[in-house]
Design a protein around this ligand. Structure first.
Ligand code: NIG
Ligand code: FE
Length: 420
């Protein structure tokens, strides 16, 4: 049976459609494709038409009576948000470290003394598949309630073969059980596990020789990521891991310049990474290198806020010609949030993105960072019917009334999954 959804009379419908291909840069990031009194028609999960309500009424007069009708008067409609950087599959939480940091300890000091990523690794190793599934599921529900319909999810709290596989297999199961689309990234190179202490090289070789082939053969990940940072993985190690993963078909991403200016962006450019993440400490040269390589900068302002750091220079990065995506970085240590609306607010408040740029970074450019721009990230004919209705009339209100979840309804592939 055909399923037809007709959302009509939106005060504003931000399609995010433009004629450009690939991730949007500079002025293109401000093109929201706004339609007033907008309508969208979704047939069997796929967008059939988008336009003004009177245009759609005229074009589809013969079959609109079969449709489920939603009146979006006084509401804003956007594409489902895309969170292109999360560490959402983990067990436990680290509120005691939050308190330690507030008393003066630094993120890296806590990690070097066996806490941080190591603490979550211990909890994730100890968790059963069902526990990990249940805890992650709750976070996915929260993402969905905040208007997110696709998220990237990294492994990296296993740091041994068994637990890395457990995280990625949990993701595969959640893909069946949860409406959110999940895009898996293998991040065995998230930290040097305690049992390889002082033997980083051996761990790198273990990732390359043992982990990557198994994960690739089981098709458990599409992307790979490395934490390239002083005291974690060197540039040379990051290069080797990412080049090895490329041979197995995994597209590279890299955590770069998060804590210090360490040069991870050079690695990103050399391996042809689809995106470079964090970039808090990236220099002007680094920005130029990213612009030349066409690498997407995935910026995570909630992490900067949570770590009491100055946020990435989003304004300068956009002006340098780098396409920008924004994400939560959802993880228990540096960004325990599932709120992409808050991340959009922080992108404006801490990085001086405009409300238009923040919306593009949280939708279309996020989809590009996940290699999914042909099916999500904008409301265009032939794409998935992933749609959010917001309790505001104007796209600027989303960023202006900050710290508020304005979501009214969410549809995933044309099916309503949130209704408040
Ligand atoms: O993106 N930088 C490395 N990974 C995460 C933090 C992980 C954690 O603290 O558990 C990040 O900030
Ligand atoms: Fe991260």
């Amino acid at each position: 049976m055909t399923k037809l959804l007709w959302i009509k009379h939106a005060a504003q419908l931000a399609t995010l459609a433009t004629k450009e291909v690939g991730p949007r840069r500079k002025k293109e990031m401000s093109e929201l494709g706004l339609i007033e009194n907008g309508s969208i028609l979704v047939r069997n999960g796929i967008i059939q038409d988008v336009g003004r309500t009177d245009e759609l009424e005229a074009r589809h007069a013969d079959h609109l009576e079969e449709a489920t009708i939603v009146d979006a008067t006084n509401h804003l409609i956007t594409p489902g948000l895309v969170d292109s950087h999360t560490h959402v599959v983990f067990a436990g939480s680290r509120e005691q470290e939050f308190e330690m940091r507030l008393s003066g300890a630094t993120y890296m000091e806590i990690m070097e003394s066996g806490g941080g990523i190591h603490a979550t690794t211990r909890m994730t190793r100890a968790a059963s598949v069902d526990e990990l599934l249940e805890q992650t599921m709750k976070r996915l529900d929260s993402f969905l309630a905040h208007g997110v319909t696709t998220i990237e999810a990294k492994s990296g709290y296993g740091l041994d073969l068994e637990t890395e596989l457990k995280q990625l297999r949990v993701l595969k199961r959640l893909q069946q059980e949860h409406p959110i689309d999940l895009v898996p990234t293998f991040m065995g190179a998230h930290a040097i596990p305690a049992e390889f202490d002082s033997r980083a090289e051996e761990y790198v070789q273990f990732i390359i020789d043992v982990m990557l082939p198994i994960i690739a053969k089981e098709r458990l990940a599409e992307f790979q990521d490395v934490f390239c940072e002083q005291g974690v993985f060197t540039k040379e190690q990051a290069m080797r891991i990412l080049e090895a993963g490329k041979k197995w078909g995994l597209l590279p991403k890299i955590h770069a310049d998060e804590i210090i200016s360490y040069g991870g962006v050079e690695v990103a450019a050399r391996v042809g990474a689809i995106s470079a993440e964090h970039l808090l400490k990236t220099t002007k040269e680094g920005m130029k290198a990213l612009a030349r390589a066409g690498t997407i900068a995935c910026l995570l302002p909630a992490t900067a806020l949570f770590l009491h750091e100055e946020a990435a220079k989003g304004r300068e990065i956009i002006d340098a010609g780098v396409p920008v995506a924004i994400s939560t970085d959802c993880n228990p240590g540096s960004s325990p949030t599932t709120s992409m609306p808050l991340v959009m607010n922080l992108a404006c408040l801490l990085m001086r993105l405009t409300p238009r740029e923040a919306l593009t970074a949280a939708t279309f450019n996020g989809a590009c960072a996940l290699n999914r721009e042909k099916c999500i990230g904008s409301l265009e004919v032939g794409k998935q019917g992933d749609v959010v209705m917001w309790k505001v009339k104007d796209y600027r209100e989303l960023q202006y009334q900050f710290g508020v979840n304005h979501v009214k309804s969410v549809w995933k592939k044309g099916v309503q999954v949130v209704n408040k």
